[in-house]
Design a protein around this ligand. Structure first.
Ligand SMILES: Cc1cc2nc3c(=O)[nH]c(=O)nc-3n(C[C@H](O)[C@H](O)[C@H](O)COP(=O)(O)OP(=O)(O)OC[C@H]3O[C@@H](n4cnc5c(N)ncnc54)[C@H](O)[C@@H]3O)c2cc1C
Ligand code: FES
Length: 292
């Protein structure tokens, strides 16, 4: 009414920075709903798709570990009532692009998989609290499995940009599911561990981590995607006094804080504490998270 953009009207990439009334969308609000054109959308293996969109300037302010809540088209005649959270896999600020790497598991992601280049993806974000990179760290270790590998991409990218060494340990069922190794190779060293040859066993990953600690290449730990690998990093982090962060996944509804669907228990100074994964996380201190 007063010329302010209506709260639920999505920002359209390339069109919305100044509305027809000449009013800019509020700059003090960190997230927005935006319609982002799909640039490419390809299968990387039998289960995962790689989605690239042209992003608004606010969406491009996303930091590693943050996520977007995506409005997925319905894959059938029913409605999809909730958005689906997806963390970013790669941020290309210069090129104005955001990338997602996601697993097709249910109705939401099957609907998402139908989007074709030229379609618009409705995204809300960037949301949540992402990873932190301490300037004192010289070499960090990222350890991911499954969809967790996607979430660890941007922190590895950020570490490389800041001249911090990265060793990425990527755990997968077999070589087909070692995704994004090219992205991680750009950032540093990659160690693939597989179920198919037994190298993904916790004892073997522990040995790899012990070697990195001995070589002073583990100033910090980052992990996502596997409870047993999270528990391993937490145990070694505690034993060797290595700080760490874990990106957690939790079923969400609003993704914005009010519904409390995403509450999990954490352990802070020996006491249980409830936190919302969507706005207190999804990235948490490794020692305060209790696993799943
Ligand atoms: C912060 C965050 C980041 C994520 N990043 C990625 C990513 O980069 N790549 C990727 O493949 N997946 C990621 N996920 C998981 C992704 O959100 C789910 O796989 C997806 O919501 C499943 O939706 P669906 O309708 O296809 O499946 P269904 O199983 O049919 O989903 C049913 C409902 O459960 C919710 N849900 C189901 N599984 C999850 C889950 N693991 N986490 C949260 N909500 C879930 C859905 O949103 C939906 O409301 C992330 C989850 C969170 C919370
Ligand atoms: S999803 Fe609603 S509060 Fe976190």
């Amino acid at each position: 009414m007063n010329g302010e953009p209506f709260a639920s009207a999505p920002n359209v990439v390339g069109k919305s920075p100044v509305s027809t009334t000449g009013v800019r969308p509020p700059s003090h609000i960190p997230a927005e709903e935006s319609l982002c054109p799909v640039l490419s959308h390809d299968w990387v293996n039998a289960e995962y798709k790689h989605l690239v969109v042209a992003a608004s300037s606010k969406a491009l302010s996303v930091t590693p570990g943050q996520f977007f809540n995506l409005l997925c088209p319905s894959p059938d005649v029913g409605e999809l009532f909730f958005r689906r959270p997806q963390s970013v896999y790669r941020i290309d600020r210069a090129g104005g692009r955001i990338e997602f790497l996601y697993k097709c598991v249910g109705r939401g992601t099957r609907g998402l998989a139908m989007l074709r280049p030229g379609d618009d993806l409705n995204m809300v974000g960037p949301l949540g609290v992402g990873f932190k990179l301490d300037p004192a760290w010289r070499h960090v270790v990222v350890l991911g499995r499954g969809v967790g590998i996607a979430t660890l991409g941007p922190i590895s990218q950020m570490a490389r940009e800041r001249h911090v060494g990265v060793t990425a340990i990527l755990s997968a069922r077999n070589p087909d599911f070692v995704m994004a190794d090219a992205l991680f190779r750009e950032a540093g060293d990659v160690v693939s561990v597989l179920d198919s040859d037994g190298t993904s066993a916790v004892e073997n990953v522990e040995r790899v981590l012990h070697d990195l600690i001995a070589q002073k290449q583990a100033d910090a730990f980052f992990t996502c995607g596997s409870n047993r690998l999270f528990q391993l990093m937490k145990r070694l982090g505690r034993a060797h006094n290595i700080p760490g962060q874990v990106a957690m996944e939790q079923v969400m509804a609003c993704g914005l804080g009010p519904c409390y669907v995403c509450v999990r228990t954490f352990e802070v100074n020996g006491k249980p504490e409830l936190r919302r994964v969507c706005i207190d996380g999804p990235v948490f201190d490794l020692q305060e998270a209790v696993g799943w």
